[in-house]
Design a protein around this ligand. Structure first.
Ligand SMILES: Cc1cc2nc3c(=O)[nH]c(=O)nc-3n(C[C@H](O)[C@H](O)[C@H](O)COP(=O)(O)OP(=O)(O)OC[C@H]3O[C@@H](n4cnc5c(N)ncnc54)[C@H](O)[C@@H]3O)c2cc1C
Length: 352
């Protein structure tokens, strides 16, 4: 293991803010990962697992511990009836795996095209977009248990997947380091076109689109919203959606509808489980006074997506957090809703 000192973390994240890691190591193998863990333990330092840094806000002070970047690669493929199984190392690039699966004409992850980050992080918050989430296709997650030192194999059910969550970011947060995951995709399967933007894209004459066409459309739609990482595109210097979409009771939704009606607007919604209602956080943010393109010092809101806080160049983590706080206060004041951040915060004394 090659242990580096005082490594700037901002360039290793998509938001690009924050200070250095006191120690930094790349783990290409389980063995190197165990060395980094041993080092952090023997020096009584906290350990942080870094993937692609696309869901991360690093504090300006940095992180006074060991950051281990998971670079475990490899994709094994096999057939199981009408499914093709893709077992990928945690350090594989997620979008490259999707591109490969689509090329192999395997369905199940095409709507997750263009999401930045690593394969290993996808189960953590049950990555999802455009009507699909990884919980739909993951059969197993392989993870190192920091308590027992053993590698555990989790079934899909054991991962406890829900909207933007799993056991890995809730009840077992910080306990497991994901080494790889296995996905079962449908050979020659049909693409999923359920999300409104995708339906609109393929409306009109023409046969059923191919998986490749759906992947291309998803990436184009993402690009139009600055939700695709494109070099030089200032609006995608973000951590993606900064807040989760709140899920509210039917009664609370009726209150929201009444507030919206008074303002002469209609509040969009999506059905959630158990009769609850999912409300787009982006709508709440925009209707609380934070229009797309708002600037706030060197931080701001993306010109193409109200839910993305962006670094307009040289922003500090403090500026990002100040804007986040202001948005949360405004949404709570206007609608009585507490927005919960989606990204992970590293190096902050108290979780912002
Ligand atoms: C432009 C943009 C668009 C995005 N669009 C979406 C979207 O549509 N849907 C969506 O769900 N997300 C989206 N995201 C968020 C992000 O891409 C995902 O959450 C992604 O899975 C994070 O992967 P990462 O490797 O970058 O994780 P990191 O940011 O490096 O880490 C995130 C968390 O996962 C943990 N982690 C990472 N790897 C491992 C591992 N191997 N084992 C254990 N824990 C680990 C980290 O410790 C940290 O807590 C978007 C982000 C951006 C910047």
């Amino acid at each position: 293991m090659n242990l580096l000192e005082n490594v700037p973390l901002a360039p290793l994240t998509t938001l690009g803010v924050g200070g250095p890691a006191r120690f930094f190591a790349e783990a290409h193998t389980e063995g190197e990962l165990r060395e980094a863990i041993d080092y952090s333990r023997s020096h009584k330092l906290p350990l942080f697992v870094l993937g692609g840094g696309s869901n991360l806000v690093v504090a300006d002070e940095g992180f006074a511990g060991v950051v281990v970047h998971i670079a475990i690669k490899g994709i094994d493929e096999s057939d199981a009836g009408d499914k093709r199984l893709f077992q990928a190392g945690a350090g594989e690039d997620w979008d490259a795996l999707v591109a490969h699966a689509v090329k192999m004409n395997c369905a199940g992850v095409e709507c997750l095209s263009g999401i930045p980050g690593s394969v290993g992080a996808t189960p953590v918050q049950n990555v999802g977009a455009y009507g699909q989430e990884v919980a739909d296709t993951i059969t197993n997650v392989y993870a190192l248990d920091l308590e027992s030192g053993e590698v555990n194999e989790f079934s899909n059910e054991a991962c406890g997947f829900a909207y933007r969550s799993s056991i890995f970011n809730t009840i077992a947060r910080g306990r497991f380091i994901i080494l790889g995951a296995r996905f079962a995709l449908e050979k020659n399967g049909a693409p999923k076109i359920e999300y409104r933007d995708l339906k609109n894209h393929f409306a009109g004459p023409g046969g059923r689109p191919t998986l490749g066409e759906v992947r291309k459309a998803v990436r184009e739609i993402r690009h139009s919203k600055a939700m695709l990482i494109v070099e030089g595109d200032e609006d995608c210097r973000s951590a993606g959606s900064f807040f989760k979409n709140p899920i509210v009771s039917a009664a609370k939704f009726a209150d929201l509808q009444a507030i919206a009606k008074k303002r002469g607007v209609q509040i969009p919604s999506f059905p959630a489980a158990n009769g609850e209602v999912k409300v787009p956080a982006a709508w709440l943010v925009e209707h609380s006074g934070f229009a797309k393109g708002t600037t706030h010092g060197r931080a701001g809101i993306s010109r193409r997506h109200a839910l993305a806080i962006v670094n307009r160049g040289g922003a500090t983590a403090a500026e990002v957090v100040a804007l986040k706080d202001e948005i949360q206060r405004a949404v709570s004041g206007h609608f009585g809703i507490d927005l919960h951040p989606e990204p992970v915060f590293l190096g902050f004394e108290t979780a912002p």
